[in-house]
Design a protein around this ligand. Sequence first.
Ligand SMILES: Cc1cc2nc3c(=O)[nH]c(=O)nc-3n(C[C@H](O)[C@H](O)[C@H](O)COP(=O)(O)OP(=O)(O)OC[C@H]3O[C@@H](n4cnc5c(N)ncnc54)[C@H](O)[C@@H]3O)c2cc1C
Length: 456
Amino acid sequence: MTERLVVVGGDAAGMTAAARARRRRDSDELEIVAFERGRYMSYSACGIPYLVGGVVTDVDSLVARSPEEHRRNGIDARTGHEVVAIDVNQQRVRVRQLADDGGSGVEREEPFDQLVVATGAVPARPELPGVDADGIFGVQTLGDGVAVRGAVDERKPRRAVVVGGGYIGLEMAEALVRRGIEVALVDRTDQPMARALDDDMGALVADALRAVGVTLHLGEPVEGFEAEDGAVRAVRTAARTLPADIVLLGLGVRANSRLAGEAGLAIGETGGIVTDTRMETSAGGVWAAGDCVESVHRVTGQRVTIALGTHANKQGRVVGINVTGGDARFPGVVGTAASKICSYEVARTGITERQAGEIGLDVVAATIESTTRAGYFPGASPIKVKVVAARDDGTIVGGQIVGEEGAGKRIDVLATAIWNQMTVEEVAGLDLSYAPPVSPVWDPVLVAARKVADML
Ligand SMILES: Cc1cc2nc3c(=O)[nH]c(=O)nc-3n(C[C@H](O)[C@H](O)[C@H](O)COP(=O)(O)OP(=O)(O)OC[C@H]3O[C@@H](n4cnc5c(N)ncnc54)[C@H](O)[C@@H]3O)c2cc1C
């Protein structure tokens, strides 16, 4: 008998699960139906800042696989279809064919034997006066990105305000600068990327933003938005009123777990869907993956929601294997992330010195300055590496890197070390590569680990 797998959400997590399941089971054994409420499937949300900034001109180049391609591969991919309710006991979902996508707006019941919830995240929208004014954008889906680019192309805004200095806010700020827009960035904390980086590293990012002309208003919470004829005109902070023709919200995202919660699936304190390591939810045969779920942080042991494509793809793969009778596990996260902010590659992994303080972990930390290539080699540029280690046994618990080209990917050495609970002494002795065009003879990561080892 043919089983029926239904997927809710047609991007990284959902379609990786669907594609993996398809590869493991033929259509006569497993029917796969994927519902996506937007127009696009299997797209790169990570490319949105480059689409808005004009680095990428063709929106289709951000689509890894179109709905037609999925259908050719035996997945019944349906865009413009929103799942509005899940009935776990009756094993069916209620689906609305969206009227504004050419559909009839009618709702239909669709049965499933197994279900994958991959509904992603939603950008945080503060409950402040005027937040619903036209011209205030959050970005999560490719549809959101296309809407922002459309607004920039058509309305030709002169002044933009970005609210929130997380990496998405900063990437969007840079994108708007590229489009010749005057950009102000407001954040309630004293440094950009305050959750991701310690202050000493965040200060470098702030300098890079100022260098391209972004005006920073740090330590200033936003109090509201002013509108004229329904369109945003200004952002009000505790200290000033900033004129704005367009506003980008970069206040982080929250797991989009409402549908799952309404269906009675367990939701954790973080707001993410609770799963086991096989990505099965509290209901048997119902799986979840991507930005909508909680993961376990391998350093702190805490449950966290970290919205990254890296996790969404891996979790989707795990689901695709398990729905077809396999036994794959998602082993957790260590909080590795990278971004390019103006001239700098910015990368981090594990926990910061500040987060260590918050969880009562006694740490030793050191920051070193070096170069990305041998100092004498053309193109050598500055790099700063920070390593954080537990004081009692020297285990590395965090790393941060800020530097020009060639700096960021070095974080992967520290991520691997944290994953394997290596000490600073062990990392300082690692056999890393060297040639003058790619590294100094002591790679900057080794120098930072050695410095912390000397402090223990
Ligand atoms: C601007 C930006 C830059 C980023 N850069 C990076 C980066 O550099 N590196 C990195 O690792 N990550 C990055 N990310 C994060 C990454 O894009 C996400 O973690 C990833 O897309 C999550 O995949 P997902 O499938 O879980 O969720 P999503 O990509 O959000 O997909 C969920 C899909 O579900 C659909 N959906 C939701 N509810 C329903 C419903 N009820 N019915 C039908 N469909 C529904 C949505 O329309 C959406 O298409 C970035 C994100 C943004 C916005």
